[in-house]
Structures are given as structure tokens and as C-alpha cells.
Design a protein around this ligand. Structure first.
Ligand code: ASP
Ligand code: CP
Length: 308
């Protein structure tokens, strides 16, 4: 792996398989054990630098770093000197001056992690924990890990990603990583919620969810990201759910062994009904568990260089 993890496109097929296999080892080393800690990153410091809200990503990076015995600092822009106007550069310099070895950054601006990694401001490894509407590579890795667990392999599998692709960094990172791993990805969304240039992405697109679901090995529902919408992208929530929501009728169209994913947080009743979200073929809670193993693997490979 390179020094940073900024995009799912940073991972070659071999890199992606290495991270997935290392995640499986992390799971094996910690699952079911009363003491889940490994000494691997003792003396190293990981800073979680969050300029945007998070539940899963921030806590799982924290837990992952702690399980590897690293010191962890959680920094959120709210309540920090960012509110006094301090820049990203000065914030990063300040944190590195305290000895950060790795900066895990979530930012509302697409490209902020790249700026941190390549501006020469800091020497630490940078991990993108979600930048604007751009990318969320560790989410894509945990999704691929979850798919691999349930489908055996991702290669040749048909994965359907549904909803607000336009605002979704999860969709972009997933399309890139799943294509690298050999999956056939289809994006389903209203035309207004597909990004310009999507025809150049390594996937297919459709507006007809029912016809795609019958052939899917897995379906990933995306959150409708109202906080990023400054206009009306669909007539009403009811209309959106009717055309693009996963309800019991649509769920029944899926092949029997297909699984349902959602990165969270969910809008229950909007893109997915509670009945489907809580069904035994939903792997949404398991995605969160797998996120800890994947983030352990990423921190280990970046900071210990896979040495031990
Ligand atoms: N939690 C994911 C993200 O931060 C997905 C979402 O918010 O809808 O990108
Ligand atoms: N899936 C995800 O990134 O969740 P959070 O926004 O809660 O971190």
C-alpha cells in the first residue's frame, strides 16, 4: 500500500485483496476474545480529524486504533479553534507538532484529505474518512469485506447501488473498488441524482429498480442526503420511496440468497423500510462490526507497513 489512503482508486487489485485478507486476520485475532488488544501500534498516535459529523466512522477508527494499542486523539471541528477561523493547514500543523503519525480526516470539502497529504504541510499518513461528495474508501473496503463474507467472492457478482448517487462518496468509492475486484455494478437512481460524467464510471446505470433487483447478488441502498441538497431533486419523499425505495414488495424480487447493505445512517421509511432494514438478509449492523476490522487493517498496513 502507498503512504496514504485517499481514494479507492489508490488500491490495485493486489492491494485490495491484501487489505481484505488482513481485515479477516484482524477479525480472527479479536473476535470472541475477552482481551481484544494487539500491541502492534504501541507508541504511535492516530488523530481523528473530523470537520463533519460521524457516528460509525469516527468511533470505529478510534476503536480500531485502540485495539492496536495506538494513542488516539479525537478532534472535531465543533468546539475547536476552527470556530475561531483557524485553517485546515494550521490545524494539521498543530496536531502534527504533538506527534501524530496518522491523520484520519473527514471534511465537507471534496479534496481536503488530498490537500493534507500532498501539500507538504505534514509528514503523517493521511486516511480519507469521507470528503464532501467525493470518496469514502474505508467504507468501500468494509462493504467489499462484508460482500465477500456473504457471497464468497466479489468477482463476477452483480451488485446494485441505489439512490442518491450524486451526493454519495460511498457510491463512488464502491464503484471504483468493486470494479477493481471484478464485480458488475449497476447504479439505479433518478436522473437528477446521477452525477454528470457517470457514463465514464466503470459501471452500468438504470432507472428501473425492479428489473435490476431480480438479477442482483446484493443491493446497497444509499441515504438521501438532504443536507447536501440545495434544490428539489425529486417531487416528494413519498414519490421517491415509491420509485426507488426498498420495501417488502421489492425485497421479494431479490434472489433468495441476495443481501441488503446500507452504509448508515438510514432514513427508515425513505430509501428503505424498517421491515427490510431489520430483516435477516440485511447485513447493515454487520457492516459496522466489519468496519472495525477493516480500519484496524488499514492502520496496521499504513503505520506498521505490514511488518509484523
Ligand atoms: N455515512 C456515510 C458518509 O458519511 C453515508 C451517508 O452519510 O449517507 O458518507
Ligand atoms: N457510514 C458512515 O460513514 O457513517 P457515519 O457518517 O456515521 O460515520
Amino acid at each position: 500500500m502507498k503512504d496514504h489512503l485517499l481514494s479507492a482508486a489508490d488500491l490495485s487489485r493486489d492491494d485490495a485483496i491484501l487489505v481484505l485478507d488482513t481485515s479477516a486476520e484482524m477479525a480472527q485475532l479479536t473476535e470472541g476474545r475477552s482481551v481484544k488488544k494487539l500491541p502492534t501500534l504501541r507508541g504511535r498516535a492516530v488523530v481523528n480529524l473530523f470537520f463533519e459529523d460521524s457516528t460509525r466512522t469516527r468511533t470505529s477508527f478510534e476503536l480500531a486504533a485502540k485495539r492496536l494499542s495506538a494513542d488516539v486523539v479525537n478532534f472535531s471541528a465543533k468546539g475547536s479553534s476552527v470556530s475561531k477561523g483557524e485553517s485546515l493547514k494550521d490545524t494539521a500543523l498543530t496536531l502534527e507538532a504533538m506527534g501524530a503519525d496518522c491523520v484520519v480526516v473527514r471534511h465537507w470539502a471534496s479534496g481536503a484529505p488530498h490537500r493534507l497529504a500532498y501539500s507538504g504541510w505534514i509528514r503523517s499518513s493521511v486516511v480519507n474518512a469521507g470528503d464532501g461528495t467525493h470518496e469514502h474508501p474505508t467504507q468501500a473496503i468494509l462493504d467489499a469485506y462484508t460482500l465477500r463474507k456473504h457471497l464468497g467472492s466479489v468477482d463476477g457478482r452483480r451488485i446494485t447501488i441505489v439512490g442518491d448517487v450524486l451526493h454519495s462518496r460511498v457510491a463512488r468509492s464502491n464503484v471504483l473498488l468493486l470494479a477493481t475486484l471484478g464485480a458488475e455494478v449497476t447504479l439505479v437512481a433518478p436522473p437528477t441524482l446521477l452525477p454528470v460524467g457517470v457514463e465514464h464510471w466503470p459501471c452500468q446505470t438504470s432507472y428501473d429498480l425492479d428489473s435490476v433487483l431480480v438479477k442482483a447478488d446484493a443491493v446497497m441502498m444509499l441515504r438521501v442526503q438532504r443536507e447536501r441538497m440545495n434544490a428539489a431533486f425529486f417531487p416528494s419523499a413519498r414519490e421517491y420511496s415509491r420509485r426507488y425505495g426498498l420495501d417488502a414488495r421489492r425485497f421479494a424480487l431479490l434472489p433468495d440468497d441476495a443481501v441488503v447493505l446500507h452504509p448508515g445512517p438510514m432514513n427508515r421509511g425513505m430509501e428503505i423500510t424498517a421491515e427490510v432494514a431489520d430483516s435477516d438478509r440485511s447485513v447493515i449492523v454487520e457492516q459496522v462490526t466489519n468496519g472495525v476490522y477493516v480500519r484496524m487493517a488499514v492502520l496496521y498496513l499504513l503505520l506498521a507497513g505490514g511488518r509484523e
